[in-house]
Design a protein around this ligand. Structure first.
Ligand code: FE2
Length: 303
């Protein structure tokens, strides 16, 4: 007799993920992050990766834009600043050779897809609004969540870029603070292919700086404003950051003030992940935040 569980519906995230326990809540309060295994079905992970592959193929003719947290000011062009209401591809910095030509196949050259696919693409909409996420946010997150930003992160083999140590509230500030991150491993994440690292308890520290638009138009670019001189922890194993090595289907919930980092991927395996950032509708979202939505595409919650 076949005792294997029934195959998950290929178009839904598993709705029967584990309920949060008191220990989970205590870990969340203590650490500022929570790892929830088996939150998302393998089928749902595969479906999202297949849709991402289609989007990259469709985007092959679009203009080139490189996004990295290393070079954020220099590369914050209109392509990036107007992507809060679009579905766009951003290249890995190391995808290009010295002559500016693509050094890897296009499907291996994309750093991420962002930032509004949860409202503009049916596959991402279904994935992002799965019950497991709504339930997790209901337990731990904003009371009136709005789905603000999506990122499908590829962490490509060999050239996957580092994401420098940061707090998500730097990029998505609200008053009062409310941003929460839902990070889903679509593939196994290991130290070797650039898993997340986080500072347990680091969410109790101050917000170090804020990233904002420098003027009224996209052409005015962006800037960082320092808020607190406390240094962010150094990357890697010599500081307080701990590696979050997790199998595909794992959900990592991240407090918006938690310092986290991921290193470059020098392995021959990608490390795809889907990241969704939420804010509270009752908090003030600044007019100079980089990510803006036009009136015709208002932010929505889980329904
Ligand atoms: Fe982040």
């Amino acid at each position: 007799m076949d005792a294997s569980p029934p195959a998950a519906h290929p178009r839904t995230v598993a709705a029967t993920g584990p309920a949060l326990t008191d220990d989970d809540r205590a870990a969340w309060e203590r650490d500022g992050f929570l790892v929830i295994h088996d939150a998302v079905s393998e089928a749902a992970c595969r479906e999202l990766m297949a849709r991402a592959e289609e989007i990259v193929a469709e985007a092959a003719e679009d203009p080139v834009s490189v996004f990295s947290t290393h070079e954020q000011t220099r590369t914050s062009d209109e392509w990036f600043l107007s992507s809060g209401s679009a579905v766009r591809c951003f290249f890995e910095e190391e995808a290009f050779d010295a002559d500016g030509e693509l050094a890897v196949p296009l499907e291996r050259a994309i750093n991420k897809i962002g930032h509004a696919q949860h409202d503009l693409d049916d596959t991402y909409d279904r994935f992002a609004r799965a019950e497991v996420f709504a339930r997790t946010v209901e337990a731990l997150g904003p009371e009136q969540p709005l789905l603000l930003q999506s990122m499908h992160i590829f962490k490509q083999p060999r050239i996957g870029g580092e994401v420098t140590c940061h707090q998500d509230a730097t990029f998505l500030p609200t008053d009062p603070h409310s941003v929460m991150g839902l990070w889903v491993a679509l593939e196994d994440a290991t130290i070797g292919n650039g898993c997340l690292w986080a500072e347990p308890g680091g969410h109790r520290g101050p917000l170090r700086r804020v990233f904002s638009r420098a003027g009224a138009t996209d052409a005015d670019g962006t800037r960082f404003t320092d808020l607190d001189p406390t240094p962010l922890p150094p990357p890697g194993p010599d500081g307080p950051l701990v590696p979050l090595e997790v199998p595909a289907g794992t959900l990592v919930v991240l407090h918006g003030l938690l310092p986290h980092w991921s290193g470059p991927n020098r392995s021959d395996r990608s490390r795809q992940a889907y990241s969704l950032h939420l804010i509270d509708a009752t908090a003030h979202y600044p007019e100079d935040a980089w990510l803006q939505r036009p009136p015709e595409l208002p932010l929505r919650g889980f329904t």
